[in-house]
Ligand binder design. Structure first.
Ligand code: 1HA
Length: 270
């Protein structure tokens, strides 16, 4: 596919094809483990994809075909978090998880090879996951002295159920693509050489749909789980739609024209 670079980064690739943005971790020598810098770059790219009105869907992936992401880079794990060049320890992947859930466009995880630890959680929080037949999934926290009790626990449990989520964390087993499909952890499994074509074809089908309908649906799925923050997202979309109406415009125009608003002509629907 003729991907075009949107912006150059050091630890990720950020590319575009039609209305699809692709954010790809580019550290294949470490199975795409992330550092604070990787996450900061992904976070910026996600925000750019959000702001770009020509982008309708985002693919999250990793380079090399052997790993989606193997979680936090353990070689830069210091006291209190993962340490970057500024020597400050960070767990900034938690902010990226929230961004993936709140960007009002579908995010599709394209998973080849390992999706492990914090890398597994990244695919879990994506709207959809498409896996290659070489994909392997699992959490490692209790083996390596870590845990993600946020979306990594509660949202995972919503996806695969309480018993399975507890098994995944308590045993730290690895699951192949078919097992992942069976437990509802991924949407589809395809041969590795068809992974990108299939993912793009799904994205193209999403791009044919009404963007506001997709936006409302994403915030509706989130609202049920995310409490006040979820309702805020859904309500923000209601405000967006209201601003588009003649009724809301009457309020604004009246204010600007220094007159009393006349809402009398608007129907009081049952
Ligand atoms: O839990 C959290 C968080 C929780 C709350 C808030 C924030 C969080 C942020 C992050 C995380 C975490 O991600 S904790 C979990 C961290 N990740 C792991 O425990 C996975 C570590 N990796 C593995 O277990 C294995 O590499 C593997 C099962 C994915 C693949 O095994 P395989 O095929 O035998 O490959 P391997 O030889 O181990 O890996 C290839 C190279 O990549 C190795 O480097 P080399 O020895 O060739 O120099 C290996 O060290 C490196 N590598 C792989 N994963 C990581 C890594 N290096 C650093 N960090 C890694 N995560």
């Amino acid at each position: 596919f003729p991907w075009k670079t949107i912006k150059e980064y050091e630890e990720i690739l950020f590319q575009q094809y039609k209305g699809i943005a692709k954010i790809s971790i580019n550290r294949p020598h470490k199975h795409n483990a992330f550092t604070p810098k990787t996450v900061q770059e992904m976070s910026e790219a996600m925000e750019l994809a959000r702001q770009d009105t020509s982008i309708g869907v985002v693919i999250l992936t990793g380079e090399g075909g052997k790993a989606f992401c193997s979680g936090g880079d353990q070689s830069v794990r210091g006291d209190g978090g993962y340490v970057g060049q500024d020597l400050v320890p960070r767990l900034n992947v938690l902010d990226l998880q929230k961004q993936i859930r709140s960007i009002p466009k579908p995010v599709v995880a394209m998973v080849a090879g390992w999706a492990i630890g914090g890398g597994h959680v990244l695919h879990v929080v994506c709207d959809l996951s498409i896996a290659a037949d070489n994909a392997r999934f699992g959490q490692t926290g209790p083996n390596v002295g870590s845990f993600d009790g946020g979306f990594g626990a509660s949202y995972l449990a919503r996806v695969v159920g309480q018993k399975k989520a507890r098994e995944i964390w308590y045993l730290c087993d690895q699951y192949d693509a078919q097992e992942a499909l069976h437990m509802g952890l991924v949407n589809k499994v395809v041969p590795l050489d068809q992974l990108e074509a299939t993912t793009i074809s799904w994205c193209e089908r999403i791009l044919e749909k009404s963007p506001i309908a997709l936006r409302m649906l994403k915030s509706s799925f989130n609202a049920e789980l995310d409490g006040q923050a979820g309702i805020q997202e859904l309500a923000g979309n209601a405000t967006l739609l209201y601003y588009l109406s003649e009724e809301a415009k009457e309020g604004k125009n009246a204010f600007l024209e220094k007159r009393k608003p006349d809402f009398s002509k608007f129907p009081k629907f049952p």
